[in-house]
Design a protein around this ligand. Structure first.
Ligand SMILES: C=C(O[C@@H]1C=C(C(=O)O)C=C[C@H]1O)C(=O)O
Length: 400
């Protein structure tokens, strides 16, 4: 329960208006809790050493001292420990409710006339070989789970309209954590944007209440409802998927227990669906021991949790090493985190999966799958293909 001093003003904007006002260079983030659109840069958050959360707290305090009402830090952090990050204190922040569900499809911007060239990196066969390599590392001991990803590089015949892409992502799944973040790096030929619709909440914090919702253990969604019921039952009954999931919920629970006075980790996962996938899911809730501690901000919690075994593996260090050995490309912002955190420490951070980096006519995307003893290389390859569909459909590359 937040005290009156912490209460946010009622949003004055409609969710659809915020989405329509997004332009490349803005920051957009929507979730079942609400939407946020941020424009302009009051300050960039930089760190020499130490955590992003400490750097962000310093920047938020400096903005508050200058009289900025309710400053927010917003942006994304890449996968690797020393990865690139794009975190700013925006000049203007607008908030609205969650995206409305069931909006009619007319007026949905399309990519109808765009033709694409699609290059898998690596080739699907090489990915399946990588999964075999991961199974060997697991068999040798010291590694229980590793998440292996593969990439696609797409080139369109015209610049990709990121506002249309974002609108299509939100329309396809209004319950997703949808985002678009400017991640332009020095040397990029044009604005580079990370956009996506993630099903996975890394952590959210409101007052003293913390929620994390790790996912692991997946099957593609079918067009046939009877088949979907079979798949949901199969996922719940699969010992391999349960093991894959248990690594994640245990680690997330362990990390949050360091911050929480009360913590509820469900004994059993449930199944959640996206328009393209089914996932085993654990909604973990807790109450912070000391919500006033700056070390318990939503960004500090997110950094403590990242990378969970949902995107890296268990134990973390050998999983990082296995990814460096077996994945040919740097993940960039994929499998990192995206979100916002305010001056009270409240905020939301999602895992940057089902995402792509878009720069002019090129799109780079990744999808991964968790490998444990008993994983089948062909099934893992098929799982990554299914996970690509979230972005490919939104880009109009693949018919739904
Ligand atoms: C790594 C991805 O997804 C993650 C891996 C999952 C799995 O292995 O079952 C499920 C959901 C995500 O936590 C991805 O979408 O690229």
């Amino acid at each position: 329960m937040s005290s009156p001093a912490l209460a946010r003003p009622t949003p004055v904007h409609r969710a659809a208006d915020l989405l329509a006002a997004y332009l490349p260079g803005s920051f957009y983030f929507s979730s079942p809790r609400g939407s946020l659109l941020a424009d302009g840069v009051r300050a960039s958050v930089r760190r020499e050493r130490g955590s992003w959360a400490d750097a962000a707290a310093g920047a938020l305090d400096a903005a508050a001292a200058l009289g900025v009402a309710e400053p927010v830090v917003a942006g994304a952090i890449g996968f690797l420990p020393d990865a690139e990050a794009s975190l700013v204190i925006p000049a203007v922040v607008r908030r609205a409710g969650a995206p409305e569900r069931g909006t009619p499809d007319e007026g949905l911007p399309g990519f109808g006339t765009t033709s694409w060239s699609v290059t898998p990196r690596p080739e699907p066969r090489a990915y399946a070989d990588g999964v075999r390599g991961a199974l060997e590392l697991i068999g040798a001991g010291g590694l229980d789970k590793v998440v292996l990803a593969r990439g696609l590089e797409l080139t369109a015949d015209a610049p990709v309209p990121v506002p249309a892409l974002l609108a299509r992502l939100v329309r396809a799944d209004p319950g997703a954590y949808a985002f678009a973040v400017d991640v332009t790096a020095p040397g990029d030929p044009a604005t580079r944007t990370l956009a996506g619709a993630s099903p996975e909440l890394l952590v959210s914090r409101r007052g003293g209440t913390v929620v994390a919702n790790p996912l692991a253990g997946s099957l593609p969604r079918s067009a046939d409802e009877a088949e979907n019921r079979r798949r949901i039952a199969a996922l719940l009954a699969s010992a391999k998927d349960r093991r894959e999931h248990a690594h994640v919920s245990a680690q997330v629970g362990d990390v949050l227990s360091r911050f929480c006075a009360e913590l509820d980790v469900p004994a059993e996962p449930e199944v959640i669906g996206t328009p393209t996938m089914w996932h085993l899911s654990s909604r973990i809730t807790g109450r912070l021991a000391d919500p006033a501690d700056p070390g318990s901000s939503s960004l500090a919690l997110a950094e403590a949790l990242h990378p969970t075994p949902a995107v890296c593996g268990t134990p973390t260090a050998p999983a990082y090493a296995a990814i460096a050995e077996l994945e040919p490309a740097d993940r960039g912002y994929y499998a990192g985190l995206v979100g916002w955190s305010d001056v009270d420490g409240d905020g939301e951070w999602a895992v940057t999966i089902r995402s792509a980096e878009v720069c002019d006519r090129t799109v780079r995307l990744f999808a991964g799958a968790g490998i444990v003893a008993g994983s089948d290389p062909e099934a893992e390859l098929a799982e990554t293909s299914a996970k690509f569909r979230t972005m490919l459909r939104a880009l109009g590359v693949e018919a739904s």
